[in-house]
Structure formats: structure tokens, C-alpha cells
Design a binder for this molecule. Sequence first.
Ligand code: DX5
Ligand code: ZN
Length: 215
Amino acid sequence: MLKVAPSILSADFVNLERDIRSLSTTGADYVHVDVMDGLFVPNITIGIPVVAAIRKITELPLDVHLMIDRPLRYVDDFCKAGSDILTIHVEADTQENTLAALKRIRENSVKAAISIKPKTPAEAVLPFLPYCDLILVMTVEPGFGGQSFMADMMPKLKQIRAYINEQNPNCELEVDGGINEKTAKVCAENGANVFVAGSAYFKSADPAAFVKALK
Ligand code: DX5
Ligand code: ZN
């Protein structure tokens, strides 16, 4: 099943409640929340109290994307704040600590996920795949919304789909960055089943039609 996860990075933060409530009326499947610490990526967004506040106003699963250094320090807090899927970056710590963080996430009964940046090869997911419920392949350099889709990520996406099918077929495969009607189609052809869309969703004149087109 194909799923759409609007990224609230492109929402109107003055009217965040309105924008989040509207997601459940457009067929969106997850609420994608981008957390940035100004260290792992050159931008700072929102943190734990905002995730907890969002939790109170939506029934949709919260798909929380941590772009933070050494996430093991904070995964318990983000789970308790109400994440349903919690994604950490493999580049953000040692393999040992990343595995420990994934284990910790699952101990909180939250779905555990890893993400890889554009320069990180497909093989980097292999040590973590048995412990993941979702893998997120970045199709832009993480840090900002509104960037152009990197089509050269498609061979990597396809390779990761093959790993998932062989080793952990229930794992979801998500793409994030520059996703619109056109690029989502290419990603679906290469094995993605969850599409994060920030600017394309929130700039759309008809978000329900946009979600339908992606699916
Ligand atoms: C980028 C974030 C994305 C971002 C996507 O670092 O992880 O989720 O919001 O925005 P668009 O869809 O505009 O590329
Ligand atoms: Zn994201």
C-alpha cells in the first residue's frame, strides 16, 4: 500500500493546529515531523514539546524524523512525546550506539527506523535492517524543505528495496525530499511505498487531489 506523509516543515507555524487537523481530511497517512538540531544539519526546527503538543490534536501516526547528533540521548523522550515511528540517521553516531537506539525505540513500543543521507551507500543499512520497521532514503541533503529531487538516488533505493524483500519484507521504504506527483512515481517504480512531501503538499491548491495522485 502506498502512503503519503506530509512534512509539517512547510506548514504555517502560526496556524499549525489548523494545518495538522486538515491532514486527516486529505487522505494523508502519517504526519512527518522534521527535528533538526543545528549540528547534524545546518538548521534548527522543533523539538520534544512540539511533538507532544501535536500528539494531542491528531489521531494520525506521527512519523518523527530526527536529524540530530547522537540521537540515543533523546529517543526515550521522543517516544514518550507520542512518536509512532521514530527515525534516526546512521551517520549520526557509531554503529553500536545506533543499534542501541533502535532497540530502545522498540522497547518503548514505537516503530524504529533509520535514514541515510544522499552520500551514504545502500549497504550502510544492512547491519540495522533486522531491527527496523522503516527505512528512509533521503532524496535531498537533509536540512531544508523546497530542494530539488536527486534522481541519482534511484539505484540506491532499488537496491534497498531488494534488501528489504530478501531480509525484512514487512519493513517500509520511505523517500523524503523534492517529492511531487512526478518524482513520487519514479520512487514507486524503484520500490518506495511511503512518500514524504513538504512544499508540494502545502503549496498544492487541492491537497486531497495531490495525495490521491501520489497513491
Ligand atoms: C528535509 C526534510 C524533509 C523536508 C521535505 O531535511 O527531512 O522532510 O521537509 O521538504 P520538501 O518536500 O519540500 O522537499
Ligand atoms: Zn524529513
